[in-house]
Design a protein around this ligand. Structure first.
Ligand code: MLT
Length: 439
């Protein structure tokens, strides 16, 4: 049985060899011609961010060369679960290998042992006003957490460069379980008068089960499954805004905790992860205005009113994907295989049904009405927030659940960035006048 350290060590020599071959033999080879349009357009589609754990294609992400569909088949499940295990996904992203069942158990037990945030962070968390948004509270806690970074301590002690990834991995592993424990504490403080924030965790449980325990949802199988699914599917999506932010700040060797905080900040933008709550609110308003089963004409009129105001219809289209996002398929299966939770209000059930119907009606309307949209397919945001809301999570907290998984995914990349000795990011700034001077 390999430990995660051994599994990464086994992969490291061949990756270092490839990195050095690319640097020595191919440094001057042109990979892509950059256009003015790409500079003006947010570098969209420029293949210029070196990523170890995945590569983006128009049809979706390939994680170490494999599609999500393939991963859904080969990655092991946790006992009693039908979803990909987040721990299995984390292991796979770190190592490019599928963990055996025993490796998964040993790895999960290691993470469960680490689920003890520093007391300073817990006390700071408990001192925060419930008026502060959940994701902001997590950013603040992570900022205090930086004081306890093993990576930063190793830097101060002059650790050799080739060893930095090990210290980064220590922080990353601690963060995988502790971030969810602190998130549940934020939830307990904000929404449950502190209940369950110290309820004993299950040392034999996985991160999702322990999260559910501290959320006051112990034994809630569907909720735990939802979290497993959501975290596994959303861990990595290449150089999206939050991950790219984390890459940029950590390229200067910012410690893992502050790096995670920077990703959360970027994630609040409504054009990125903030779109999850945006889509949820939009669907809520539509369900309230049109009722549970509106006609296609009523939906079209509603969509047109949004477009006429110059607004976007949240939940459709994607910066890079041109077809249906592969992450939607398992989410839809999850919804279809379970009744709307008994705890959900009628409004939540209506909304899920409405979104299901709209996923076929709206793309067609957008294709006709907004011809410049390169893709009108539903994106993950169209369902994610509504699904978590139907399972009893407050809108404010949903963004934080997203932040937890994005952070878990980027930490695997953080460790590889240090292992490969990646350079600090420093592109050139260029003005419009400088561009014109080149024309
Ligand atoms: C994501 O998962 O981050 C979103 O699909 C946005 C993106 O990939 O740019």
């Amino acid at each position: 049985v390999r430990t995660i350290f051994e599994a990464i060590e086994a992969r490291l020599p061949s990756r270092l060899e490839l990195f050095s071959r690319l640097a020595k033999q191919y440094s001057d080879v042109t990979l892509h011609n950059m256009t003015v349009g790409q500079v003006l357009g947010g570098m969209r589609g420029l293949p210029c961010v070196l990523w170890e754990v995945s590569g983006t294609e128009k049809a979706g992400i390939r994680y170490h060369g494999k599609s999500l569909k393939e991963l859904l088949e080969i990655l092991p499940r946790w006992r009693g679960s039908e979803q990909i295990s987040p721990e299995a996904m984390i292991w796979y992203l770190y190592t490019g290998t599928v963990p055996t069942r025993t490796e998964l158990e040993v790895f999960a037990a290691d993470l469960a042992r680490r689920a003890e945030p520093p007391v300073e962070v817990e006390e700071f968390c408990d001192s925060l006003s419930p008026d502060i948004a959940s994701a902001t509270q997590l950013m603040m806690c992570l900022s205090v957490w930086g004081n306890h970074s093993k990576f930063s301590a190793a830097l101060v002690q002059g650790a050799p460069r080739a060893e930095l990834w090990r210290h980064a991995l220590e922080d990353a592993l601690d963060s995988h379980s502790c971030t969810s424990v602190i998130s549940a504490r934020i939830y307990a403080n904000k929404y449950r008068d502190g209940r369950d924030r110290t309820t004993p965790l299950n040392p034999q449980g996985d991160i999702a089960e322990n999260f559910a325990i501290r959320m006051g949802r112990a034994g809630d199988h569907d909720f735990t499954e939802l979290i497993r699914m959501y975290w596994s599917l959303h861990m990595d999506h290449g150089a999206n805004v939050s991950a790219h932010t984390m890459r940029l700040s950590s390229s200067a060797w910012t410690d893992p905790y502050l790096t995670l905080a920077s990703g959360l900040i970027a994630g609040t933008g409504i054009l990125h992860a903030g779109a999850i709550s945006q889509a949820l609110r939009y669907n809520q308003a539509m369900a309230a205005a049109l009722g549970p089963e509106p006609s296609a004409q009523a939906v079209e009129a509603y969509i047109c009113r949004t477009l006429e105001k110059g607004l976007v219809v949240p939940g459709y289209g994607h910066a890079l994907l041109r077809d249906v996002d592969p992450r939607l398929e398992p989410i839809t299966r999850f919804i279809n295989s379970r009744p709307v939770p008994a705890s959900a209000s009628g409004e939540q059930g209506h909304m899920l049904r409405l979104i299901g119907r709209n996923s076929t009606i709206v793309p067609e309307i957008l294709r006709r009405r907004v011809p410049r949209m390169k893709s009108t397919a539903p994106n993950v945001d169209s369902l994610s927030g509504c699904l978590m809301y139907a399972h009893g999570l407050e809108i404010d907290f949903i963004l934080l659940v997203m932040g937890c998984s994005r952070g878990m995914g980027f930490m695997t990349q953080y460790v590889w960035d240090r292992a490969l000795g990646l350079a600090i990011e420093r592109p050139l700034s260029i003005t419009m006048d400088q561009i014109m001077a080149k024309m």
